[in-house]
Write a protein that binds this ligand. Sequence first.
Ligand code: COA
Length: 275
Amino acid sequence: MHPFDNLSGSDVMNQFYGSPDQVRLQRKLHERVDWTRNTPGACNPGRFLGTDDPDALGWDFIVETLREDGAFGFRMIPIDQCADIQANLGEHGFRIDFWDVFSADAQEIIPCCGPLIDAGLPEGLSLVTKDELADQAVIAAIQSCMDRNGIVPFSGDMLSGRMCPSSMIAIKDRDEAIVATAYGYFLHNQHSSHASNAWGGLVAVDAAQRGKRLGVLVNALMVSSCVKDLEASRVHELVSEANEPSRRMVQRCGLQPDPTVRSGIATRGKDRFTR
Ligand SMILES: CC(C)(COP(=O)(O)OP(=O)(O)OC[C@H]1O[C@@H](n2cnc3c(N)ncnc32)[C@H](O)[C@@H]1OP(=O)(O)O)[C@@H](O)C(=O)NCCC(=O)NCCS
């Protein structure tokens, strides 16, 4: 059974976050979440609608959605299709930014991340508990931490686990301020060959805490939780070519570059949608 099958979809927190455009897209994703779960070629990139098989989903639909929404996700696209997709989007007045995919099997993640997790948290820092994730103020603080570190957050429903099974890891300091975050979930549906491959991301460490291996720790906790709690057979993360700390962080957790696929966000703006 796919994990989405267990969810009722009711009793939501929502808590959209960001600019009016970002909130509009999150709201639409909420309205269409069943579509992302049940439609061949569709997926849930977390911030807007998306596809992991553009031909199955249909280009007319993709272009029409892009015209309406201004953003659309392309996930796990075979490398030999990326140039054609870029050209096709260009003909319709859109651009696409790609991220490299790093991934590892469950059997590779656990032995690699175990010792990193055993090293423990630095003095004065502690983990946000599962119960605390039900608190909207805590979710707001997590969203704010992501935002100030250049990561466009997901809605409260997604981060708190109300919309789908997920692994939200957050680290707080003595004053209860959130200083580091990471999040994983299944974005591909049961029609996809990536259905049991969890996505991990939204990794943020506050500037004052950087360079102390907190990124490695929060990321190791997140990818391990994807395997142990969500029962993912594989976990992947997306990193831009220019983000050296992030590339090193994910590789330290055992994820290796996958040269066969790339993931991207199509937009009409001139800036990347997120870091
Ligand atoms: C990416 C990020 C989470 C790393 O957090 P961090 O706590 O500073 O990282 P760590 O101390 O755990 O170090 C992780 C790796 O990056 C390396 N690193 C850290 N800062 C670096 C820098 N400025 N330049 C190059 N490498 C760096 C570390 O040496 C380590 O690599 P190693 O294990 O091979 O030695 C943090 O920089 C951040 O929040 N950036 C902004 C948001 C972001 O880009 N998120 C990732 C989106 S994919």
